[in-house]
Design a protein around this ligand. Structure first.
Ligand code: HEM
Length: 406
């Protein structure tokens, strides 16, 4: 066991090259120093799959990363952003363990694969409606015309948000995603404004469900409030979380996944001929370029990880993207292969904080790709080069993905 810092190299994850092509740097880090140091993140970066799995399963590590990032702001900025910080502090996974389990128990039966399967007809309908709207034009921007509105509609329906409000919900959700960016004060202010607007929007809906419960998740929350299981502030904060988590990541899976197919025409052709491969294709999309490129952890006590000892209060950046291409675990790790079997990626995390929406995201992507390739067999790139968000090494988000078909 080596003491911290002795053999650990420092890396700049924020150079323009690293932001443009994070995998090149992450590959180098994994080979040179599987535990690296990021001065900007003030965190140790883990890049090997076994180390990431061990960290995800380690109960001595907490997720309190998002609100901890606020500590680096000035006192004035911290005061200004207190409402945002308090709201995030109530998100599932950011509360204390007992509370976390209570929320998981409340919600998990609505997100099991069997329950999620009952939503397939709805997902097919929404996908077909979205494609009907763009079919005559012979082109679309996959990000705005399909990848965002599909999961946004589904999660909003599950929660019980009126259909007419979808545009607003999408805009709020995009703003709130900024809390995952590195301390950009402008983005954090927008995230706070949208969080407060969503809070105002949700209070009357909660009051309505109290009088007239329906079969949506908002009504489940309201019933739990009646039992004293959760408070109104927690309902609001977790609706914000579910709306945002339900939009952003699945949109990323659909857009990144289609981009991968377009960049690998042999795999696109194979999937078109053999749609029964769609579930394994979705797993490979998640492994190769999953939308959650990294998650953060903080040690609550001294820990040994990846052959080093770390004190309490150490931040860790678990580079899921790098671990999912670890050649010691995944044969031909740099090959995008939709027939891959035994694909033990960590795109949805692992252990106590495993993604609540994994079955939902998988089902939405499965239906979406089947319908898309069936209806638009001649789909081809309508772009010169991929238009990725370039403001953070953590995000692998596509800003747009123009495609055409005949
Ligand atoms: C492709 C789509 C998705 C990806 C890649 C993804 C990824 C992740 C990851 C990596 C985590 C673990 C975070 C950590 O360990 O710190 C997580 C947690 C979570 N995800 Fe997802 N997610 C996706 C879709 C969804 C959807 C559709 C929903 C909501 C309906 C959702 C809700 C959540 C929630 C509530 C948690 C926290 C779980 C807990 O702490 O118990 N996710 N997700």
């Amino acid at each position: 066991m080596t003491d911290v810092a002795a053999t650990i190299r420092s890396y700049d994850l924020f150079t323009p090259e690293a932001v443009r092509d994070p995998m090149a740097l992450l590959r180098r880090m994994r080979a040179e120093s599987p535990v690296g140091w990021s001065p900007q993140l003030q965190a140790y970066v883990l890049t090997r799959h076994p180390d990431i799995v061990a960290a995800l399963k380690d109960r001595r590590l907490a997720t309190g990363n998002l609100t901890r990032g606020f500590d680096r702001l000035s006192q004035e900025e911290q005061d200004e952003l207190r409402p945002l910080r308090e709201s995030i502090g109530l998100w599932m996974g950011h509360t204390d363990p007992a509370h976390h389990v209570r929320l998981q128990q409340l919600l998990k039966r609505y997100f099991t694969p069997a329950t999620i399967d009952t939503l397939r007809p709805q997902v097919r309908q929404i996908t077909n409606d979205l494609l009907d709207a763009v079919a005559p034009a012979g082109r679309m921007d996959v990000v705005t015309d399909l990848a965002y509105p599909l999961p946004a509609n589904v999660i909003a329906n599950m929660l019980g948000m009126p259909a007419g409000d979808r545009q607003r919900l999408q805009a709020w959700s995009r703003d709130i995603a900024a809390v995952f960016q590195i301390a950009d004060i402008g983005a954090l202010r927008r995230a706070q404004r949208s969080t407060l607007e969503m809070q105002e929007y949700l209070h009357p809906l909660i009051a309505q469900r109290r009088i007239q419960p329906t079969d949506d998740i908002l009504s489940v929350f309201v019933a739990a409030q009646h039992d004293g299981t959760i408070s109104e502030e927690e309902i609001v904060a977790n609706c914000v979380l579910l709306l945002f988590a339900g939009h952003e990541t699945t949109a990323g899976l659909i857009a990144n996944g289609l981009a991968l197919l377009l960049e690998h025409p042999d795999q696109l052709d194979l999937l078109r001929r053999r749609p029964e491969l769609t579930p394994s294709a979705v797993e490979e999309m998640l492994r190769y370029d999953g939308p959650a490129g990294a998650v953060m952890r903080v040690s609550e006590q001294p820990v040994e990880l990846a052959g080093h000892s770390f004190p309490a209060n150490t931040l860790f950046h678990l580079a899921i993207l790098a671990g999912n291409r670890d050649p010691d675990v995944f044969p031909d790790a740099e090959l995008f292969d939709i027939t891959r079997t035994g694909n033990r990626h960590t795109a949805f995390g692992m252990g106590a904080f495993y993604c609540l929406g994994a079955a939902l995201a998988r089902m939405e992507a499965d239906e979406c790709f089947r319908i898309l390739l069936d209806r638009l067999p001649g789909i081809r790139p309508g772009y010169q080069s991929l238009d990725r968000d370039s403001d953070s090494p953590l995000g692998r988000r596509l800003r747009s993905l123009p495609v055409e078909w005949s």
